[in-house]
Design a protein around this ligand. Structure first.
Ligand code: ARG
Length: 459
C-alpha cells in the first residue's frame, strides 16, 4: 500500500518526463547500489533493522544489479526505481532500506561516490600524459628549436624544454584533481532530508563502508553542498585549457613543418587528396570550450540556491560526469599524438636562429663583460633590424660593432672578442649558455627530467 501511494504521486501528467532523472541516473546506478548496501549493513549493525531483513535486502540488491536496468519500474529516479525493485522482490520489508535516510543525502552520496572515480581516472590520465611528455623530452634534450613570445621568434630553446613546460603545467592539474578528490571524498549519508534522524545511525560506519575519508558533518550542508562539483568542473576546465595550449602549439608546429603527426592522429580531406590535418589536436583544443562551458553551467546553477535541497541540483552533476570523460579522452589522445609525433630536427635547427633570436644572448654577453644591461640592449637593438639570423656570423658581428660605435662611440671588441660574439650568434651555443635552474641548457634539462621522473613515480 505504501508503495502504491508513492507510485501514485508520480503517476504522470505532462511534467512526468521532465521530472524524471532516471535516464541520467545510469551514471550513478552502481553508486546507488553501493550506497544502499552500506546503509543497510549499518542499519543492521546498529540494530535498526533485523539481520534477516538486511540479508534479504542485500540479496535483492544483488539480483537488481544482475537484472536488465531497462526492466526497472519507471520512477522519478534511480533511487526510487531500485527501492521499488527491492520491494517487488521481497515484499514490504524492502521498504525498511529507506529508514533514516532521504533521497537528498542518498543522491549527494551517489554523486560523490561516482565523481571520485572520474577524478581518479582523469588524474591517472594526467600522470600517463606527463610520462609521455617526459619521455619525448628525454629524446630531444639537444633538439634546438625556435622559442616564441607573441608567436614571434624570441629565443632559441629545445623541444625538451618546450615539452617539459607542459609537463610542469599538467603536474599542477594532477594536484588540482587530487585536491578536488580529497574534498569530494566525504560522505553526506545519514544527513537524511537535511535535518538528521531520530534513529541511532552511525554515519562514520556507512562512510567507512563506502571508502570515504569521513563525513560531511552538518546535515544541512551535506545535502546542499555541490561545491565539490564546482571544484571538479574547475579542475577539468583547467586541465582542458592547458591541453588546448599544447594542442595549439603542435598545430602551429605542424603548420611550419617542424612536426609531423603520426597518421593515427591525423585526418585527411574528403576532397583534397594531399591533405594531412591535425584534427585530433583541434578536437583536443575544442574540448576546452565545452569544459569551460560546463564550469560556467555548474556555477550558474548553484548561484543563489537557498538551503536546503532544491531540485535544480538534479541537473548539475550529469554534465560534470560527461565532461570528465571528454577531458580524459582528450588527455589520452594528446598523449598519443605527442608520443607518436616526429620532430623534424633539421628544419627546427634551421629555424632556431630566425629573426635574430640570439639577440638576447649577445646583450647578455656584453652585460657579462661589464656593460650595463640597458646599454647592451640598446646596442643590440640598434643593429637588430639589419640582422636576420646567424647565417653570416661575421657580417652580423660587424653590424653589432658598428652599432656599438654609434651608441657608445667605442668598438664592441673593447668589451668582448669577435670570436665570442660570433659564437653567441649560434642558436646551440645560445641554448647551452642558458643553464640557470629551469633553463633550456641540456644539463639543466637533464636535471629537470630526473626531478620530473621522480615526481611522476610518486604521483
Ligand atoms: N533525483 C533527485 C536528484 O538527483 C533525487 C533527490 C531527491 N528528490 C527530491 N524531490 N527531494 O537530485
Amino acid at each position: 500500500a505504501e508503495t502504491a501511494v508513492r507510485r501514485d504521486r508520480f503517476s504522470g501528467g505532462p511534467a512526468r518526463g521532465f521530472l524524471s532523472s532516471l535516464a541520467a541516473d545510469e551514471a550513478i546506478f552502481a553508486a546507488d547500489l553501493a550506497v544502499d548496501r552500506a546503509h543497510v549493513v549499518m542499519l543492521a549493525e546498529q540494530g535498526i533493522i533485523e539481520p534477516e531483513t538486511a540479508g534479504e535486502i542485500l540479496s535483492a540488491l544483488d539480483d537488481v544489479e544482475d537484472a536488465d536496468h531497462d526492466a526497472l519500474a519507471e520512477g522519478e529516479d534511480v533511487h526510487e526505481a531500485i527501492e521499488t525493485a527491492v520491494i517487488d522482490r521481497i515484499g514490504p520489508d524492502g521498504g525498511r532500506m529507506h529508514t533514516a535516510r532521504s533521497r537528498n543525502d542518498e543522491v549527494a552520496t551517489c554523486i560523490r561516490y561516482r565523481l571520485r572515480e572520474d577524478l581518479l581516472a582523469v588524474a591517472e590520465a594526467t600522470v600517463a600524459f606527463r610520462e609521455v611528455l617526459a619521455e619525448s623530452a628525454a629524446d630531444h634534450v639537444e633538439t634546438t628549436m625556435p622559442g616564441y613570445t607573441h608567436l614571434q621568434p624570441a629565443q632559441p630553446t629545445t623541444v625538451a624544454h618546450h615539452l617539459l613546460s607542459y609537463e610542469a603545467a599538467v603536474a599542477r592539474e594532477t594536484d588540482r584533481l587530487l585536491d578536488a578528490y580529497d574534498r569530494t571524498n566525504r560522505s553526506p549519508l545519514g544527513a537524511a532530508a537535511f535535518a538528521g534522524t531520530p534513529f541511532a545511525i552511525d554515519r562514520d560506519r556507512s562512510a567507512e563502508l563506502l571508502g570515504f575519508d569521513g563525513v560531511v558533518r552538518n546535515a544541512m550542508d551535506a545535502v546542499s553542498a555541490r561545491d565539490f562539483l564546482l571544484e571538479a568542473a574547475a579542475s577539468f576546465a583547467s586541465l582542458s585549457v592547458a591541453l588546448s595550449g599544447l594542442a595549439e602549439d603542435l598545430i602551429v608546429f605542424a603548420n611550419k613543418g617542424f612536426l609531423e603527426l603520426d597518421d593515427d592522429y591525423a585526418s585527411t580531406s574528403s576532397i583534397m587528396p594531399q591533405k594531412k590535418n591535425p584534427d585530433t589536436l583541434e578536437l583536443t583544443r575544442g574540448t576546452a570550450g565545452e569544459a569551460v562551458g560546463e564550469l560556467t553551467g555548474v556555477a550558474t546553477a548553484l548561484k543563489g540556491l537557498p538551503r536546503a535541497y532544491n531540485r535544480d541540483l538534479q541537473r548539475v552533476h550529469p554534465g560534470v560526469f560527461e565532461i570528465a570523460s571528454v577531458v580524459r579522452d582528450a588527455t589520452d589522445v594528446a598523449g598519443g599524438a605527442v608520443a607518436t609525433a616526429t620532430w623534424n630536427e633539421s628544419d627546427l635547427a634551421a629555424a632556431a636562429g630566425d629573426g635574430f633570436s640570439t639577440a638576447t644572448g649577445i646583450a647578455d654577453l656584453l652585460a657579462m663583460a661589464g656593460l650595463p644591461f640597458r646599454s647592451a640592449h640598446e646596442i643590440v637593438a640598434h643593429a637588430a633590424s639589419s640582422i636576420d639570423g646567424a647565417a653570416d656570423a661575421a657580417a652580423a658581428a660587424a653590424k653589432l660593432d658598428a652599432a656599438a660605435e654609434d651608441v657608445l662611440e667605442e668598438s664592441l671588441f673593447t668589451y668582448v672578442s669577435r670570436d665570442d660574439v660570433e659564437r653567441a650568434l649560434d642558436p646551440d651555443v645560445s641554448v647551452a649558455s642558458r643553464d640557470s635552474a629551469g633553463g633550456p641548457a641540456p644539463e639543466a634539462v637533464r636535471n629537470a627530467i630526473a626531478d620530473v621522473d621522480a615526481r611522476i613515480a610518486t604521483d
